[in-house]
Design a protein around this ligand. Structure first.
Ligand code: UD1
Ligand code: CA
Length: 451
């Protein structure tokens, strides 16, 4: 079977510079979900001129047809119908990201069974506002748009979903007969019914046919898609799945626990037995097994080895690569940094453009000074190096294995293995100095008051 997705509309009700079909839901453009649900069919997409290239790039297997002027859904179908070769096809509005292929297959079976020209998928809603109403009169069906409906018609709760199955031959004959709507000047695909002989309806679950015309409906659709994504992870504990944000492409291993307000984005892959605590944002990263990520950590395009401990408040920027058992503590930022097994940077540190060995202790307040105003320079630190607190490593610089950098040192020269590097102004203690100082200052204040 072939499928036509109508996606050329102006998205007026979204009030957006971006066509609504490209608005993101759980990390994918809305149109992705429509195409994905129909992927077993040969897909045609009706697009406007400006979206054409993006759509063709996104869906190389689909045939994209351009509707030059947006003159309504019937006019949209006209731009694709000549290319349909199969005996039957389905038309779907491009703003229905929740559609289910099973509903379409059921309607297809009904069409075959009763040898119908068309089947319209409908739903019954408590609040049908905005949708076309299914009006039934002496065995005939008519669809009346909200804009064209009188008060009586508006009370009808059965609505047109925007999914239609057609016999190709019958639709090709009927489509040109549709006339312009008097009120809106548009050609309504829904008017095709009056030119067909046998049409039936099939009621489906409303959740599957929610149309996204407004930002509010976009949010409603997001909630449902989010729930569907989270339901895939049967062996993962979500402490509060209503407040957890997991993108479509994310993978999560069993026995992992995800706390509220965690965002897992892009192609992130989380291993088994991990704990991801509140407010952490992880994007396009690989987190291996038994990793503990404490609250409010941000991880982008990075790889975290088994049994690492991250955060709270850690920032792992792109190309951070942590081996096993690494500890990255609060207010530590890494970028383009390879960090060896068992190494610890527990507090207030910046490690950028660095290669750090195994079992290194990075003291509080360590900074790799990687930028000279022109280039990014590399810091290399060997295994078992001990870096005291408040150390600056002025890159490019190399500290060989088992060296010790004393607290407060500014490292500007390479350090050999097993050496101590220390750069401090010698300390001087002056006994009784404070007493003299206070006396002198108090005297000065008294003189100031007099004058
Ligand atoms: C449409 C139906 C309505 C149904 C509802 C379900 C018509 C006339 N009305 O209304 O009965 O209850 O869907 O969600 O069909 N489009 C084009 N070219 C155009 C106009 C629209 O490609 O010239 C595309 C849009 O991008 C959209 C789809 O067709 O994806 C439907 O158009 P939209 O304006 O959203 O129709 P509704 O008012 O929602
Ligand atoms: Ca719509």
């Amino acid at each position: 079977m072939e499928a036509v997705i109508l996606a050329a509309g102006k998205s007026t009700r979204m009030r957006s510079k971006t066509s609504k079909i490209f608005h993101s839901i759980c990390g994918k453009p809305m149109i992705f979900y429509v195409v994905n649900a129909l992927k077993s069919y040969k897909i045609h997409i009706v697009s406007n001129q400006s979206s054409k290239e993006t759509l063709q790039e996104m869906f190389p297997n689909a045939k994209v047809h351009v509707q030059k002027e947006q003159k309504g859904t019937a006019d949209a179908l006209k731009s694709a119908i000549d290319y349909i070769e199969d005996d039957e096809f389905v038309v779907v509005n491009g703003d229905m990201p929740l559609i289910d292929r099973d509903d379409i297959e059921a309607a297809r079976a009904l069409m075959k069974l009763n040898n119908l020209d068309a089947v319209i998928l409908t739903a019954v809603l408590d609040n049908p506002k905005g949708y076309g109403r299914i009006v039934r009169k002496d065995n005939c069906i008519e669809i009346v748009e909200e804009k064209n409906a009188d008060e009586e018609t508006k009370k009808i709760k059965e609505i047109n979903s925007g999914i239609y199955l057609f016999k190709t031959k019958k639709a090709k004959e009927a489509l040109p007969k549709i006339e312009e709507n008097q009120l809106t000047g548009e050609y309504y695909l829904t008017d095709i019914i009056s030119f067909l002989d046998s049409v039936d309806t099939m009621v489906v679950d409303f959740e599957n046919i929610l149309g996204v015309n407004t930002r509010k409906q976009l949010q409603e659709a997001r909630k449902i898609i989010q729930r569907r994504i989270i339901d895939r992870f049967e062996y993962v504990t979500f402490v509060d799945s209503d407040n957890t944000y997991v993108n479509y492409d994310v993978e999560i291993g069993e026995d992992t626990i995800i706390y509220p307000n965690v965002h897992l984005r892009g192609k992130t892959k989380i291993g088994k037995g991990c704990i991801i605590e509140n407010g952490s944002v992880i994007e396009n990263s690989v987190i291996k097994d038994n990793v503990h990520i404490k609250p409010y950590s941000v991880i982008e395009e990075s790889i975290i080895g088994d049994c690492c401990e991250i955060g709270p408040f850690a920032h792992l920027r792109p190309f951070s690569e942590l081996d096993k058992y690494v500890r990255i503590g609060n207010f530590v930022e890494t970028k383009k940094a390879r960090i060896g097994k068992g190494t610890k940077a527990s507090h207030l540190t910046y490690l950028g453009d660095a290669e750090i060995g195994e079992d290194v202790n990075v003291g509080c307040g360590t900074i790799t000074c990687n930028y000279d105003g022109y280039r990014k320079n590399q810091t290399i630190i060997g295994d078992r190096v001990f870096i005291g607190s408040d150390v600056q490593l002025v890159a490019p610089v190399k500290v060989e294995h088992d060296a010790l950098i004393a607290a407060g040192t500014t490292v500007t020269k390479d350090v050999e293995a097993f050496s101590l590097a220390i750069s401090r102004t010698p300390q001087v203690n002056k006994p009784g100095w404070v007493k003299k100082y206070r006396k002198a200052m108090e005297k000065k204040l008294k003189e100031d008051k007099k004058s």
